[in-house]
Design a binder for this molecule. Structure first.
Ligand code: DPP
Ligand code: ZN
Length: 871
């Protein structure tokens, strides 16, 4: 398969002014009639080339003249017409088979209902089209279907007509007045019910809000509806963005490759991000739903009104929209906790991507299959890039830039350069060096050192930036990096900051701008050696090294005035301790609990002044994946043993305190951030107590499970019991399965728990889960819960030395690839970083990748990930 390059971008040679679609729905043979009004855009000679995939072409007419096979050229996935007039109407009738569509792209059937997924290139599986985001058209869509089976017929925009047809059929016509690219098209038809509510925009527009679900889920829509209303209000208040149609619909479907899709006026969602009741969904689920609902809603401006010129610009809408949803969530709860969680995600998922064979810039330069580029880099690093712009320009400056961006480009398909340009123009700033963030892959490293001179009362902070080469980018240029920092005195107070050459000091923190490979900042009037608090709030997506002593880390853990950095100091301290333990495991030495660390940890636990959610974050040790990233050769067994030892040792050493905090936080009621924080801390204490392995703790977990009146506590108990093989654990797991076997989203939690279980016999357990009646390889959520969790969250068994874990995933990839290439390709990424392991594991992973690449009939998706991983 050939790669597509950003440098080859050319504007479309034709434009489509309007599209009339008529769907005659049938699961086996749906007919799609389309009428395109086309105008030439540029050279007179250019033929019209339409994209199509897995389509049967039944009829084609040009300006009402039927065309014969000799009048057009149909080859592979392209339909070519020559010698067309400047402006013409092309009518096509195509046949598609939604029920046979297991890739879940285009029009398909889920739970007996029809739905669509067109981003990025699914529309070409529906009809022949200029399926690229810079071709924007006005759509009118007529849907015809059996009325009893498909009582609800939906598409984008406003309903303009509907009625009955002979033979028990009916129709609906939808018109979307906003020109849009084909990837935002949506259609839904099925037996659905809706939860309705409304929202009045700030200019008085009454918007009809509807969430469509299957009847048995109607009691799980309240939270999604409230989240939608909150998002609409927040975007008005924060960014001045108002909704623009009279109706906004969300449809939940069970079979969905992604989280959700922002189709104009008709979002289609993975039901995982809609359905929630306190007894079926955890607090984390509630928060995730709120954020995905917000994310898709925010796309109405950052994505739909202003869209991407081409798919290399994906981060234009995704990075910006993730940034917006992060800010929204931060405003709904505790900002620092949200920031900590986002940074953890970035470090454990994006940093490895950026250091491996799939590394690519936020704006990639080439791809074989665009579906492989819906990545942590495009989304999460992309959001960090937007956040850095806000840090550099300030909130008001950023808002000015965003207003200009929306004003200037409303209705257009643009680039990340256009976005940065609007930020520059609105603020009279030069961001030319900053633009490199979009084009350079890899995580930069900041190495800082500080020296204090008591004679002159100065503190010299030296910061050097560098970045390792990535594929195709041997040389890295220096980036424009905002480094937010403060200096703390011995009592933890921020020292006023005055740099050499400045007249007066600035109180509190300040933002240093790094643009060169090395900077030296000389701070004046610093009488004693300060402790620097660097990269506050994680002001740039980089790795920072500063030679802190344990005592300094313990000091920052207790005193840093930046919540994020207080947490970060604890993480860095824990990392050092864990690294020592890993070395001890490898050397066969006894493992010991570091007393100073245990003390610092205990103080956080005892600090009643802190918010429970923050305490919980502070007491969560760095994950095994993050630890693996820090090793030259990953040793999954040593990492696991070291981390388990530390959990167990802390659980034992601080048992009384964990018990006391458990008691103090148990029984929190309600779904507000405070109650959620208490539940989080309570369940964390329970997990530490169980890690100690004491019978009393197991009994406590059993009671915790038995008395849980919400899913957070039920899962908290199960998670804690996972470390304690025995009857209590087995009974709780069996009870959970019996109770929830008919609720697929809840059963996924049960699947996931067991897939991540590090106890011996994991492979058989996973095989057992795959033959469970609730499992289906055709459902992406099930695959993610079982296979995804095993490959990503059970390193000890996935990387079993005999290669059995790798083999299981490889077999599954090949089976899946024939059904759903997008999901198969995601699973392959778990094998990508084979070079990071010992020789034996390298061999096993490499052979798996070779087996995949050699497989006949491989999809572009899987081919791209597997072959890139090998070369
Ligand atoms: N555009 C979707 C989203 O990220 C993904 N398909 O919201
Ligand atoms: Zn998005």
């Amino acid at each position: 398969p050939a790669a597509i390059h950003l440098k080859d971008y050319a504007p479309p040679r034709w434009r489509i002014l309007s599209v009339d679609l008529c769907f005659v729905l049938d699961p086996e043979d749906t007919r799609v009639r389309s009428r395109l009004t086309l105008v030439r855009n540029g050279q007179a000679e250019a033929p019209l080339q339409l994209n199509g995939q897995d389509l049967v072409l039944h009829h084609i007419r040009l300006d009402d003249r039927p065309l014969q096979p000799g009048d057009y050229h149909l080859e592979g996935e392209t339909l070519t017409l020559h010698d067309l007039p400047e402006r013409c109407e092309l009518s096509l009738e195509t046949g598609i088979a939604p029920a046979a569509n297991t890739a879940l792209e285009g029009l398909y059937v889920s739970g007996g209902n029809f739905c669509t997924q067109c981003e990025a290139e699914g529309f070409r599986r529906i009809t022949w089209f200029l399926d690229r985001p810079d071709v924007m058209a006005v759509y009118t869509v007529r849907i015809e279907a059996d009325k009893a089976r498909y009582p609800v017929l939906l598409s984008n925009g406003n309903l303009t007509d509907s009625g009955d047809l002979p033979e028990g059929r009916h129709f609906a016509v939808w018109h979307d007045p906003f020109p849009k690219p084909s990837y935002l098209f949506a259609l839904v038809a099925g037996d659905l019910v809706c939860r309705r509510d409304g929202f009045t925009t700030r200019t008085g527009r009454e918007v009809d809000l509807r969430i469509y679900v299957q009847r048995h889920n109607l009691d799980k829509c309240d939270h999604a509806m409230r989240s939608l209303q909150a998002s609409m209000g927040w975007d008005e208040d924060t960014f001045g963005r108002e909704y623009d149609l009279d109706i906004y619909m969300i449809v939940a479907v069970d079979d969905f490759n992604m989280g959700a899709m922002e189709n104009k006026g008709l979002n289609v969602f993975n039901s995982k991000y809609v359905l929630a009741r306190p007894d079926t969904a955890t607090d984390d689920d509630f928060v995730a739903i709120e954020s995905v609902i917000a994310h898709e809603y925010f796309h109405n401006w950052s994505g739909n009104r202003v869209t991407c010129r081409d798919w290399f610009q994906l981060s234009l809408k995704e990075g910006l929209t993730v940034f917006r949803d992060q800010e929204f969530t931060a405003d709904q709860s505790l900002r620092a906790v949200k920031r900590i969680q986002d940074v953890q995600r970035l470090r454990t998922l994006q940093f490895p991507e950026d250091a491996g064979p799939m590394a690519h810039p936020v704006r990639p330069q080439s791809y074989i299959e665009i579906n492989n580029f819906y990545t942590m880099t495009v989304y999460e690093k992309g959001a960090e890039v937007v956040r850095m712009i806000q840090t550099l320009l300030g909130r008001e400056g950023f808002r000015r830039g965003l207003d200009l961006y929306f004003d200037r480009h409303d209705g257009q398909a643009v680039t990340t350069d256009d976005f940065v340009k609007a930020m520059e123009d609105a603020n009279a700033r030069d961001l030319s060096r900053f633009r490199r963030w979009y084009d350079q892959a890899g995580t930069p490293l900041l190495e800082a050192t500080g020296t204090h001179d008591p004679e002159t009362a100065t503190y010299r902070l030296t910061v050097r930036q560098s970045c390792l080469p990535t594929k195709g980018q041997p040389e890295k240029l220096p980036l424009h990096i905002p480094l937010v920092m403060a200096l703390l005195d011995a009592r933890g107070r921020e020292i006023p900051l005055r740099l050499e050459g400045e007249d007066s000091a600035v109180a509190g923190e300040r933002t240093l701008e790094l643009t060169a490979p090395t900077h030296v900042f000389v701070f004046q009037d610093v009488p004693e050696l300060p402790v620097p608090s660097l990269l506050r709030g994680f002001s740039a997506p980089v790795n920072l090294r500063f030679p802190y002593t344990d005592a300094q880390l313990a000091f920052l853990m207790a005193h840093d005035t930046d919540d994020f950095n207080r947490w970060e100091a604890g993480q860095q301290f824990a990392l050092k301790v864990l690294q020592g333990l890993i070395e001890a495991v490898q050397a066969g030495q006894p493992l010991m609990l570091d007393a100073r660390f245990a003390q610092a940890f205990g103080q956080v636990l005892a600090n009643g002044a802190l918010d429970a959610a923050l305490v919980a974050e502070a007491l969560t040790l760095p994950g095994e994946g993050y630890l693996a990233e820090q090793m030259a050769v990953v040793d999954v067994d040593a990492i696991h043993q070291a981390r388990q030892f530390l959990r167990q040792a802390l659980g034992a050493a601080l048992g009384d305190r964990f018990r006391a905090v458990y008691e103090a936080t148990a029984g929190a009621q309600g779904m507000d951030a405070t109650a959620m924080g208490r539940r989080r801390l309570c369940n964390l204490c329970l997990a530490y107590l169980c890690a100690s392995g004491e019978a009393e703790a197991v009994a406590l977990a059993r009671t915790h499970y038995g008395s849980a009146d919400n899913m957070t506590d039920a899962m908290g108990a199960l998670r804690a019991l996972l470390d304690c093989p025995g009857e209590a654990r087995d009974q709780a797991l069996a009870h959970f399965e019996a109770r929830w076997r008919d609720d697929p989203l809840v059963l996924d939690k049960w699947f996931g728990l067991q897939a991540m279980d590090a106890a011996p016999g994991a492979l058989d357990r996973v095989r057992g889960l795959m033959s469970h009646p609730g499992f289906s390889i055709r459902n992406p959520n099930r695959v993610r819960a079982v296979l995804g969790t095993f490959a990503m969250a059970n390193p000890v068994h996935f990387h079993a030395l005999d290669g059995s874990g790798h083999g299981l995933i490889t077999d599954s990839v090949l089976e899946l690839d024939a059904l759903n290439p997008q999901i198969a390709a995601r699973l392959v990424t778990s094998l990508s970083r084979w070079r990071r392991f010992d020789e034996e594991r390298q061999g096993s992973m490499r052979r798996c990748l070779e087996r995949i690449v050699a497989h006949p009939g491989l999809s572009r998706d899987v081919y791209e990930v597997a072959s890139r991983s090998l070369d």
